[in-house]
Design a protein around this ligand. Structure first.
Ligand code: ADP
Length: 256
């Protein structure tokens, strides 16, 4: 048997913003079931790389493949159909809507246009839609959000809002999950919850995970491998502990 193909492969990806080269020849490959950490000082290109993978900024050079299929040029709203879900660094939930409805939005990729039109009333309707609801209930359960399910998202604490975002991403039943600083702004207890959840969900849902993370202790604790960017270039890549302890990485953080 031949070696398993990587789930995600970026080859020589470059991206400019005006005169700023935000990414220079970035290559990476992530295997099925890996938790892959993306690290680097502020402005090093982490968000640009994730936005390039998810179609917000098509790469100006290089190529991206997901499960062997080219991802280059696929529009952001179609990325979910390919099996990739992401969360954002700053919580991007719909204010005024309940926790439950925000998570339901993650199911919209499975709904026919007619179902989408009646999104807010779908639970009165057809059998197909009941299946969506059951799936969402399962996720609410998994992330222990029962007690806030009917609250407007903006009134619940930030730590729980981040959990709702994670729930919404999982509602699309992705095979790959991209997390942008999932612990940002969280207290110690919430961080520990998310770390445990990521590890459990990875196993239970058979996920491959790419995460931007500032906390080196989190990277070394849960990531299998990591890639470090500085000024848009890869300065270290490999097993998480080795990558983040590379002398160039330490120099980049001190210099940055
Ligand atoms: P990080 O996520 O590692 O903090 P970013 O990817 O946000 O880094 O930024 C990398 C570089 O690209 C920075 O120099 C930043 O100013 C620039 N950049 C990112 N997005 C844009 C944009 N939309 N327009 C112009 N410059 C951008």
């Amino acid at each position: 048997p031949h070696a398993a193909q990587p789930v995600l492969r970026c080859e020589q990806v470059s991206r400019w913003f005006g005169g700023v080269r935000a990414l220079s020849d970035v290559s990476l490959s992530i295997a099925q079931g890996e938790i892959f950490g993306l690290v680097g000082p502020n402005g090093s290109g982490k968000t640009t790389l994730v936005n390039t993978i998810t179609g917000f900024y098509p790469p100006q050079q290089g190529s991206i493949h997901f499960e062997g299929q080219p991802l280059t040029g696929v529009r952001p709203h179609l990325i979910a159909h390919r099996g990739i879900a992401r969360t954002f660094q700053n919580v991007a939930l719909f204010k005024g809507m309940s926790v439950l409805d925000n998570i339901l939005l993650g199911r919209h990729i499975f709904m026919r246009p007619s179902a989408l039109a009646s999104l807010f009333y779908w639970w009165w309707a057809e059998r197909e839609e009941i299946a969506h609801r059951l799936k969402v209930e399962e996720i609410i359960d998994l992330l222990q959000l029962e007690s806030v399910r009917d609250e407007p998202v903006e009134v619940i604490p930030l730590g729980l809002q981040k959990r709702v975002e994670l729930a919404r991403a999982l509602a699309s039943q992705p095979r790959m999950l991209i997390l942008d600083e999932p612990m940002a702004g969280m207290n110690q207890e919430e961080k520990e919850y998310i770390v445990r959840f990521i590890l459990d969900a990875k196993e239970a849902l058979n996920l491959t995970i790419l995460m931007i993370e500032h906390h080196m202790d989190v990277i070394t604790a849960i990531c299998d491998r990591a890639l470090v960017l500085n000024n848009g270039r890869v300065i270290a890549e490999g097993p998480a502990r080795e990558a983040v302890n590379h002398p160039d990485v330490i120099a980049a953080y001190i210099g940055g």
